[in-house]
Design a protein around this ligand. Structure first.
Ligand code: PLP
Length: 439
């Protein structure tokens, strides 16, 4: 029991960071509105599945850099590969040879993808997919899955969220939504906006999986209506299957976007897809060329070296099998405790074993931000940092044992809070988030 944990340095640094940086940090999902007041504000180092904050507190963590760090923090073979490349220079006047090497490594994994373009962020590549689809089809509208929380920081997506300030209505009106596992809602969009939808973008699955051939039906409707089918594999990629969720569920998107786990936390992402579409961004055709993903740092050499080594490690060490196995173990044991404490209707681990999340509900059975803050606060006291329950290759059985016991202690408080009111147990009043991205 570590409930005497202090956050004095975090508190001081938080005041300074909010004075210097709007939101206090550079990623929405890491912000103070996503965490309880009594929490580590800033991390200084990580090793394996552990991180240390500015006050020297140690945590086993289950956010893993917003799901980017699949092998573990500072995973030596990947760091060494990046370091070696860095010593050879990280950016040149002409392309680096490693760009071709990494392209071969990436395309070797994704069936049906002929070409790839690298970038630094997931948002860059999903946005590039949309642009390419618009150019290819000559249409403007984009259909997105309305039940899935995030596709890009760019206007075509953020304009559809409750945080749409600064985005013109003309842009917002071009994005329309369908519901996951509701094929009628997809068909309706194609009817209502007949001949206007350039593409449909979605994740193959989140904590909800496709039923009744949903993904194949979506793919068919896209083909029938002349729209491109785009899969966002930012989270599913390198977790569901080495060939992506597209391989796992047996679909073949026209374009797909990868990032996060591709470089074990290094900044690298990829747009992959069919040659006839991707080539529109290239030189070998006489159509109007698409300005596709050209940035100064787009193919930073050490990030590509990290990606190559990460992909190699996935293949050699059966990493994906590890994520599924440990995740399954964690979810079964935590849900067993929740059931034993009579809390399963209020607190439950959900999702695929390789990508676990949890629900926190109040005594009326409604999803509750306050109870989420309480659960985070109480697990933090146990030396656990768990905005989600995402395991990495570095989480061992011993780490899982410690985690399960820590969660038991946190759930005992949760149960008291259901009886006596959550406010009584929350230390400080957390800032309310406008919306929840993936944490
Ligand atoms: C499903 C999904 N797509 C796209 C993105 C955007 O990726 P990035 O934050 O690297 O721009 C995210 C980020 O959380 C995501 O979860």
């Amino acid at each position: 029991m570590l409930s005497n944990m202090k956050f004095e340095k975090s508190i001081k640094l938080r005041t300074k960071s909010h004075a210097l940086i709007p939101g206090g940090c550079h990623t929405y999902a890491k912000g103070d509105d996503q965490y309880p007041v009594h929490s580590p504000g800033f991390v200084v180092k990580g090793k394996g599945c552990r991180v240390w904050d500015v006050d020297g507190n140690e945590f086993i963590e289950y956010g893993m850099g917003l799901r980017a760090v699949t092998l573990g923090h500072a995973y030596k073979p990947v760091v060494d590969a990046a370091k070696k490349q860095m010593m050879l220079g990280c950016n040149f006047t002409r392309p680096a040879a490693i760009e071709v090497e990494c392209a071969e490594a990436m395309l070797g994994l994704i069936k049906g993808a002929d070409m790839v373009k690298f970038a630094k962020n997931g948002s860059d590549v999903t946005t590039a997919a949309i642009k390419l689809a618009r150019a290819y089809t000559g249409r403007d509208m984009v259909a997105i899955c309305g039940d899935q929380p995030f596709f890009s920081t760019d206007d075509w997506f953020i304009g559809s969220t409750p945080m749409a300030a600064g985005i013109p209505d003309s842009v917002r009106n071009m994005t329309v939504k369908f519901q996951y596992n509701d094929i009628e809602s997809v068909a309706r969009l194609f009817e209502t906006y007949h001949g206007k939808i350039a593409c449909l973008i979605m994740e193959a699955a989140t904590s909800v999986e496709p039923v009744d051939g949903f993904l194949n039906k979506v793919q068919d409707l896209c083909r029938k209506n002349g729209s491109l089918f785009i899969l966002d594999e930012m989270i599913t990629g390198f977790r569901w299957h080495l060939g992506g969720a597209q391989r796992y569920y047996g679909v073949e998107p026209d374009l797909s976007a990868f990032g996060k786990a591709m470089g074990n936390g290094f900044s690298v992402s990829a747009l992959v897809g069919r040659r006839d579409i991707m080539e529109r961004g290239g030189l070998l055709h006489d159509r109007e060329r698409v300005f596709l993903l050209s940035t100064t740092h787009g193919a930073e050499t050490h990030a590509l070296a990290a990606a190559i080594k990460t992909i190699e490690t996935y293949k050699e060490k059966k990493v994906i099998e590890h994520l599924w196995k440990k995740g399954r173990m964690l979810s079964e044991r935590v849900n067993e405790i929740s059931r034993e404490l009579g809390l399963i209707d209020y607190f439950q681990v959900l999702g695929m074993p390789c990508n676990l999340v949890y629900t926190t509900k109040d005594n009326e059975g409604k999803p509750s931000q306050a109870f989420r803050a309480l659960f985070l606060q109480e697990t933090i006291k146990q030396g656990l940092l768990m905005p989600s329950l995402v395991v990495s290759y570095s989480h061992t059985d011993k780490d899982i044992d410690m985690t399960v016991e820590g969660i038991r202690s946190a759930l005992l408080i949760y149960r008291q809070a259901l009886e006596n009111g959550v406010e009584k147990y929350l230390m400080g009043r957390p800032v309310k988030p406008v919306f929840r991205q993936y944490n």
